[in-house]
Design a protein around this ligand. Structure first.
Ligand code: F0G
Length: 467
């Protein structure tokens, strides 16, 4: 063992999350799931090493704040700024596009829509490739470099692939992405092409692509960068750190995220837990996850749980029934068999949050409402505001509470959806030969054909003001 691996081994291990198994692997072992039981892995830092690296909470906060003002690339990155809590040895061969550093907006119209006094939106769509994937990808591709991989691969509904293609490009690695053919928005596909990835359009859905990825992972020259990869989660957990800095370390009552493959919710849960363990916060925010009704296996499972029994967080169900043919226009989260469901469920239960689903109509209307706040997101992201509205109506979020919705992707990721909504032509694809299900443009803003003269334009403005 070299000196470097010895240090890494002292700092943390990759641990199976199944408490009954508990197998561990070194940080340099190229494993993605537990080799003993097939369970999901997570990075577990040794508490002593972590305390030594971080020091006291006040000093750590100050150090992070000072780095945010630095011009050194490792400090400018909203991931590597928090490197004390990342499982890498220095000097870190970090791969960055200056990810993170995303805005936290107030959304007054969205708040009113949900029946809340205030609602803040953490816009992860303002990352370099337009989605929240970049923070995790920065860490995963750095690990691919550490391990000397030649090719980085992923299955994707479009955002992971765009991110992987960009970061692999930065690192000089080959990127190969597996996408369900015909189910990816044009904008996302364009990104992977432009960043130079080998784009494999697979005849099947996302879950089929994910199965293939697990087979490819056996090849030692290939590095799998899906969120099953625990290093992705490490990069992504830094969003919790950045968010708490933006909240001036006042813990929000609720943080709400969309759920697809459930990596994001797992990562946020881990981030908040680490802050709590280190004494940087004094309680956890309630973490809630919102899925689309037609792709909601974890919300379905959650509804059947005896919450009190499961509340400890370790009493998790052994299996989850997948959705065979997931259906939603929010293609980013069109996933029937999420790989990280157990990690996410554990995080939600520990925090006292909820997992719920919302309809296509609720997603579409929430998205248009967020837009009216001047904030553009993609449909999958809008599940959060739709979910918050539902939780508020059920009395599970109260009007005065401090609530944050995490928006995961940028509006320009899927302009077809937006255009159809505002023109009143949005519809969910037919199922079993039945008619497509139309989505009402409740807040439609239809373009108007206006004659090419000033008075016609002024009168169109007047008409709109009165309507
Ligand atoms: N929102 C957006 C915009 C996404 O692209 C995704 C997932 C999610 C939410 C759900 O996050 O999977 O961590 O629960 N997109 C993946 C992809 C699956 O391939 O781009 P999750």
């Amino acid at each position: 063992m070299t000196e470097k691996t010895a240090r890494a081994a002292e700092k943390a291990v990759q641990r199976c999350i199944d408490a009954a198994c508990g197998a561990s692997y070194g940080l340099r072992e190229r494993v993605y799931v537990c080799q003993k039981c097939g369970g999901t892995l997570e990075i577990e830092s040794h508490p002593r090493a972590l305390r030594e690296a971080t020091g006291d909470p006040a000093t750590l906060r100050k150090r992070w704040a000072a780095r945010a003002a630095s011009h050194d690339p490792i400090d400018q990155s909203g991931v590597w700024r928090y490197r004390e809590l990342l499982p890498f040895d220095e000097p870190i061969p970090f791969v960055t596009l200056f990810e993170g550093n995303t805005p936290l907006y107030h959304g007054p119209r969205s708040a009113q829509y949900c029946g809340l006094d205030d609602l803040r939106l953490k816009h992860q769509g303002c990352n370099p490739t337009g989605s929240f994937k970049d923070t995790g990808m920065s860490a995963a591709i750095t690990q691919a470099v550490v391990l000397g991989a030649r090719t980085a691969v992923c299955a994707s509904t479009g955002n992971t692939s765009a991110s992987l293609a960009a970061y692999a490009g930065r690192a000089g690695l080959q990127a190969a992405v597996l996408l369900p053919r015909g189910q990816i928005s044009a904008g996302k596909l364009a990104q992977s092409l432009d960043y130079g990835a080998l784009v494999c359009e697979i005849d099947g859905n996302f879950d089929d692509c994910m199965r293939l990825i697990q087979e490819l992972g056996d090849d030692p020259s290939i590095y799998v960068a899906n969120s099953i990869n625990p290093f992705r989660i490490e990069g992504q957990k830094t969003v919790a750190f950045e968010l708490m800095e933006q909240c001036l370390w006042t813990v929000p009552d609720h943080v709400v995220v969309p759920g697809g493959n459930m990596g994001n919710s797992s990562a946020l849960g881990k981030g908040f837990q680490e802050l709590l363990d280190l004494g940087l916060i004094d309680r956890l925010p309630k973490l809630s996850v919102v899925q689309a009704e037609g792709a909601a296996p974890v919300a379905r499972l959650f509804a059947t749980l005896d919450i009190q029994q499961a509340e400890a967080g370790d009493n998790l169900p052994a299996a989850m029934a997948p959705v065979e043919n997931p259906r939603t226009l929010a293609t980013a989260i069109k996933i029937g068999a999420p790989v990280s469901w157990k990690k996410a469920l554990r995080a939600v239960l520990r925090s006292g949050g909820e997992i719920l689903s919302v309809s296509e109509q609720e997603i579409a209307d929430a998205k248009a409402t967020i837009g009216r706040d001047g904030i553009g997101c993609e449909p999958g992201s809008a599940t959060t505001v739709a979910g918050i509205k539902k939780l508020a109506a059920a009395g599970k979020i109260r009007a005065h509470e401090n609530v944050i919705a995490v928006l995961t992707g940028h509006l320009l990721k899927d302009t077809d959806y937006v255009s159809h909504y505002h023109r009143g032509t949005l519809a969910l694809e037919a199922k079993d030969g039945s008619a497509p299900q139309p989505i009402r443009g409740s807040f439609a803003n239809t373009p108007e054909r206006v004659a090419a003269n000033k008075s016609a334009i002024l009168s169109a403005m007047e008409k709109r003001r009165l309507s």
